[in-house]
Design a protein around this ligand. Structure first.
Ligand SMILES: Cc1cc2nc3c(=O)[nH]c(=O)nc-3n(C[C@H](O)[C@H](O)[C@H](O)COP(=O)(O)O)c2cc1C
Length: 337
């Protein structure tokens, strides 16, 4: 059909097209564009301009230094470029904002621990790192918070699994030291069964789990995920969590599955902890290409969207836990009384 013919047909069907476009606009395009361009792009922490953006970057980048210090074999001198970037972000915050933020105090504490660790090991940091750290410690006017990297044992880590919920919940942490031995499948099935108690919108239960013991598949998944270096290859099994989109309507509902998946994942983390299985949730922030690869690898149908990984395993007898700072709920909850 000629271009003119197409335009004439479009105009003939204008009424119907207009309705379709209206639905698209009101229910999908507009909310998506306004969420993405109006909020996400405008406020994302890709830039560090506002106080919240700087603090968010500090916590995220500080966490990678925290993790490095909890590694079984510490690579002394690691992360110096990141340490210098953190120092300049801390300075930026101190120069622009006068409040005593717990997140800033925590990151300064991480940097102090990083420094102490190297001094104790007799490792000399680069001059530029040394100067950056010294100037920050001299300038920082408040008490910093010392991060807790706990040396623990498998027995101590699980000692509260039968305790009251408050003690149980506080005792769960991400574990990054697995033996590599497979977790008993019977226990995994018990945990999956318990996690089915997770609430879901209209009881949809749209979350699916791929439980991977196969070594070749696990290693390929770890490679694709790429944020579990140094520990995820020893997780056994590795779980891939997906959402079945056939259980969701189009329009405003479409992202509901991601929320249900988050609730399910937390329930599963607790269920696994209850059965003394060590875990760490891992992100799956993939593009179309990554999703295509993972779908092919695990024969995940096109109707399901992969959203997260969970690495499971048996912890080492003795290991280190990163017990990262939690903000006081006063900082995150708003009451209307
Ligand atoms: C959705 C999600 C994705 C995560 N991805 C990673 C990851 O890729 N690599 C990693 O080492 N930790 C990852 N974590 C673990 C977090 O760093 C950890 O949960 C957080 O620091 C709090 O510590 P905790 O789990 O010990 O309480 C992830 C956690 C969540 C909830």
């Amino acid at each position: 059909m000629s271009r003119l013919g197409k335009i004439l047909t479009y105009l003939k069907n204008y009424r119907r097209n207009r309705d379709v476009l209206r639905i698209l606009d009101e229910k999908i395009t507009f909310p998506l564009l306004s969420d993405y361009y109006g909020i996400c792009l405008k406020y994302s922490n890709d830039k560090a301009t506002t106080a919240e953006q700087i603090l968010s970057q500090l916590i995220i980048e500080g966490h990678s230094i925290e993790k490095g210090m909890a590694m079984k074999e510490i690579r002394y001198g690691f992360g110096q470029k990141k340490v210098k970037e953190l120092v300049s972000l801390c300075n930026e915050y101190l120069d622009s904002y006068s409040d005593n933020s717990s997140r800033l105090a925590y990151v300064v504490g991480i940097l102090k621990e990083y420094d102490d660790l190297h001094v104790k090991a007799g490792f000399t940091l680069e001059d530029t790192t040394r100067q950056a750290l010294d100037s920050l410690f001299a300038k920082y006017p408040y008490q910093f918070i010392v991060p807790e990297t706990k040396e623990t044992s498998s027995e101590r880590y699980f000692e509260n699994v039968g305790a009251s919920f408050d003690r149980f919940a506080v005792s769960r942490h991400s574990v990054r030291d697995f033996t590599g031995e497979p977790v008993d499948e019977v226990l995994m099935i018990k945990a999956f069964q318990l996690a089915q108690q997770a609430p879901s919108a209209c009881n949809r239960q749209s979350v699916r789990v791929y439980c991977v013991y196969d070594e070749a598949l696990r290693l390929r998944l770890v490679e694709l995920q790429n944020h579990g270096r140094g520990f995820a290859d020893k997780a056994n099994p590795l779980l891939v969590i997906t959402v079945e989109m056939q259980d969701w309507g189009a329009g405003e509902q479409w992202f509901g599955g991601y929320l249900d998946a988050g609730i399910y994942v937390m329930n599963l983390l607790y269920a696994l902890h209850f059965y003394r299985i060590a875990t760490i949730p891992l992100n799956w922030y993939a593009d179309i290409h990554g999703n295509k690869q993972i779908r092919k690898l695990l024969s995940i149908p096109e109707s399901q969207v992969p959203v997260a990984f969970i690495a499971c395993g048996i912890p080492l007898e003795e290991f280190k836990l990163v017990t990262s700072l939690r903000r006081d709920s006063k900082e995150t909850v708003v009451f209307f009384r």
